[in-house]
Design a protein. Sequence first.
Length: 261
Amino acid sequence: MTSERTQGLVFGEVADEFDRIRPGYPADLVKDVLTYTGAHGLDIDLGALEIGAGTGKATSAFTQHGVTVTAIEPDPAMAALLSQRLPDVSIEPISFERFVSAQRFGLLYCAQAWHWTEPATRWQSASAALAPGGTLALFWNYDRIADDAQRAAVREVVAEIAPQLLFEFDDEPAGDQDLATLWPGTDIVRQPDFTELATHLYLWDRTISASDYVAYLGTHSTFRMIAEPVRDKLFAAIEDRLAAPITLAVETVLYLARRTG
């Protein structure tokens, strides 16, 4: 491991595993985004710009609804796999910060990646990319082990081998919290170019084997950034402690806003 590795660009090291084990997004989320745009159920091609497309987990969900997507993906390995999976999608293998286009899009969405964009310029860049009245949609999956005993067992292993990663297991359910009071809602409401903030929360679960659970952890940047021997030891210990299948309680959060003008 070297200091030259950029945390936001380590996913390509495990692109195939990322594509295999990372979950997609609820069908209702896509419907809610398109409803917000006004295009749901209509023969309208918004023209969408996706930021940080990865291997196309969200991309395919929108193209299946007839949306033409231009996908920004700066990681070469991820972009290559995205191209294999969705050859009809236009891929821009650069960062959002370097993207320039004369086109103004009806929808700009970002799944699981907005926190990797440059804080100083991301809102202005999003505004510049969207047509007046266009939709901004930002969403993430968050999950935690549903079973208290299994979750405690994993935390015990992490505390022993890689305590600096305990924060990864500290997320509490959003529950009845007002999502608008959490980031990025708190940023959106301060942006003069965006209005009509709306939020949605989707609750679901998925069950995977212990080996797939550690494979899933291995697709997260914080785990990729630790030394490989430590990561291998940690994952072996977690898998040994869990043994049984793991149910993950998933919360998907969606933030919507409209470009003014």
